[in-house]
Design a protein around this ligand. Structure first.
Ligand SMILES: [Zn+2]
Length: 139
């Protein structure tokens, strides 16, 4: 498997969205390729950071989807050579996720999200592209 393909699949793998077979192929590559291994380890750390925030109402599904989205955006930025801004972008996104999670938790807590967190999570997820718009404007 080639690096560019591995990098494209990493966020999905961290989110647990790839088949066992694909996961094995990616793992084989990561074991041999220091560059992809670094990317993978960064992703895992970011996921653990978000999961450890333990925000009420924030489902693991929402967290992993958000990570996938931020990573996708981050990769585009990295390709454009804006590596330093990436970390700043990531912190901003993590802060936003925590803030949104708190808001979702309040909505669920007041009984408005009577069918559980899923639809609330999805509604919140739809607001995430505004980050991209925000940063696209700053280029
Ligand atoms: Zn590689």
């Amino acid at each position: 498997m080639k690096c560019h393909k591995v990098k494209r699949l990493l966020s999905r793998m961290v989110a647990g969205e790839v088949s066992a077979e694909l996961q094995r192929a990616i793992t084989d590559h990561i074991n041999l390729c220091a560059n992809c291994r670094t990317d993978y380890e960064e992703l895992k750390q970011e996921q653990e950071l978000l999961l450890s925030a333990d925000v009420p109402g924030l489902s693991p599904y929402f967290v992993t989807r958000t990570i996938a989205r931020v990573q996708e955006l981050a990769r585009k930025k990295r390709e454009a050579g804006s590596w330093l801004r990436l970390h700043w972008l990531w912190r901003f996104a993590a802060g936003l996720v925590v803030a949104i999670g708190l808001a979702v938790g309040i909505v669920i807590g007041t009984g408005l999200g009577s069918n559980g967190g899923t639809s609330a999570d999805l509604a919140v997820l739809n607001t995430i592209p505004s980050i991209e718009e925000l940063f696209a404007g700053g280029e």
